[in-house]
Ligand binder design. Structure first.
Ligand code: RFL
Ligand code: PHB
Length: 413
């Protein structure tokens, strides 16, 4: 048995766990990161692509923004497509110059792993049978993580456990009897493809069509990322390349525009879910990212919420370890959940407005179309979409006007 000590045991090396490790290292706090999968697997997992302005700022301040600044694509707007026409939402103009950056989650993860290994900080891949214990009553015993690695039993004694192990992880499961779940499942899924072809569009296109939703996104000037609404639990085998392209053309082409085809290099089907497990703190166990909440990807919020959670958590842990001030840890869950619920509502709204519910009647379809027409014709509605999409400020901002309105959503440490 190998026994080891650290200040923070981080379970999971997705964006949440890796960024938390990075922020803690910068604050002089020790951490060990344990990851169930291999480095190759984690670095190849294709997921999110849209980073909020605040996420980019956090990554830059953490010293992992160089490649992001070189290769990330700044987007100051999106298109909404419906009724056979595309409408531009100028997000930067509506939000006083804020924008999103298209940069793959795979790249964020690669940058964070490289930065951690360059400093020789502990990051263990392919850990097995992770069990957590001793975190519930801070007065009784120490949080302990037991796991197997390289054929040996390990015991990691920590002061705090950060549960950054995603939706299917072990941390939330361990406290399952104490969390309150709020959730929605949707009667559709997303089929996503990665394509070696230049994007035919300058901005992302979110399209509502009688055949269902589709999204035209990208990863670089040479790589496109596209999604189609499909039936839940749809098997990828039912979708030949011909069928995928013909549905993409049907749902996206028109108004002088056509999808640009190319070789498909990856494809997968993702279920759509809204999920919140509250509270996010259980004694000395802190849940962050997908371990605590899931949003449907239509709002591009999942990765950004994970970044917001661990930014709040890192600051709160710094107050705890450096100043003995536990107040920021005590308010961690409430402050994160305020932001989480704003993103939940936004993601649900985008999802229901843009998808075709298979059980939808003519009345439901007209309501969604009316909402879309309102968004593209009212500055107030377009601004509401834009400020949620680019992300509400992470820092509490004092002062009159919009800043004070934002303070209700703020999650600063
Ligand atoms: P992750 O990325 O799931 O990482 C959790 C890590 O924990 C590991 N793990 C364990 N490790 C040790 N022991 C155990 N017992 C473990 N159990 C699990 C896992 O192997 C994994 O490495 O969670 P994290 O860090 O909270 O990050 C969350 C994001 O990954 C997620 O929210 C986003 O990908 C969601 N998302 C999007 N978010 C955005 O902000 N913008 C987008 O444009 C966007 N698009 C998307 C998305 C998610 C998608 N899919 C596939 C779900 C598009 C899609 C299609
Ligand atoms: C992506 O590029 O993967 C992406 C973009 C926007 C979304 C979801 C996913 O809303």
């Amino acid at each position: 048995m190998v026994v080891e000590r650290t200040q923070v045991a981080i379970i999971g090396a997705g964006p949440a766990g890796l960024l938390l490790g990075r922020l803690l290292a910068r604050a002089g706090i020790d951490a060990v990161i344990l990851e169930a999968r291999s480095r190759e697997y984690v670095e190849a997992r294709i997921r999110a692509g849209v980073l909020e302005q605040g996420t980019v700022d956090v990554l830059r301040a953490a010293g992992v923004g160089d490649r992001l600044d070189r290769e990330g694509l700044r987007h100051g707007g999106i298109y909404l497509s419906f009724d056979g026409a595309r409408h531009h939402i100028p997000m930067d103009e509506l939000t006083g110059g804020r924008a999103v950056t298209v940069y793959g989650q795979t790249e964020v993860v690669k940058d964070l792993i490289a930065a951690r290994l360059a400093e020789d900080l502990p990051l263990r891949f392919e850990t097995e049978d992770v069990r957590i214990d001793g975190f519930e009553d801070p007065g009784l015993g120490r949080p302990t993580v037991r796991y197997r690695h390289g054929g040996e039993e390990h015991e990691l004694r920590a002061e705090v456990i950060a549960g950054c192990d995603g939706f299917h992880g072990v941390c939330r499961r361990t406290v399952a009897s104490q969390v309150r779940i709020s959730e929605r499942t949707y009667p559709f899924a997303w089929l996503g493809i990665l394509v070696d072809a230049a994007p035919a569009t300058d901005e992302l296109i979110y399209a509502r069509h009688p055949e269902g939703f589709s999204l035209y996104s990208m990863r670089s000037p040479a790589v496109s990322r596209l999604y189609l609404q499909v039936a839940p639990e749809e098997s990828i085998e039912n979708w030949s390349e011909d069928r995928i392209w013909s549905q993409l053309h049907a749902r996206q082409d028109g108004d002088g525009f056509a999808v640009n085809e190319g070789p498909i290099t990856e494809s997968s089907v993702t279920p759509m879910r809204s999920f919140v497990a509250a509270p996010m703190r259980h004694g000395n166990l802190f849940l962050a990212g997908d371990a605590a909440h899931i949003v449907p990807p239509t709002g591009a919020k999942g990765l950004n919420l994970a970044v917001a959670d661990v930014t709040v958590l890192a600051r709160a842990l710094a107050s705890h370890f450096d100043e003995g001030d536990d107040r920021p840890l005590e308010t961690y869950s409430d402050r994160c959940l305020a932001r989480v619920w704003r993103a939940q509502h936004f993601s649900w709204w985008m999802t229901t407005m843009l998808h075709r519910d298979p059980a939808e009647d003519a009345y439901g379809a007209e309501l969604a179309l009316s909402q879309l027409r309102y968004v593209v014709s009212s500055r107030a509605q377009a601004t509401a979409l834009a400020e949620n999409y680019v992300g509400l400020p992470l820092e509490r901002t004092a002062g009159p006007g919009p800043a004070r309105i934002h303070a209700a959503e703020a999650v600063d440490g």
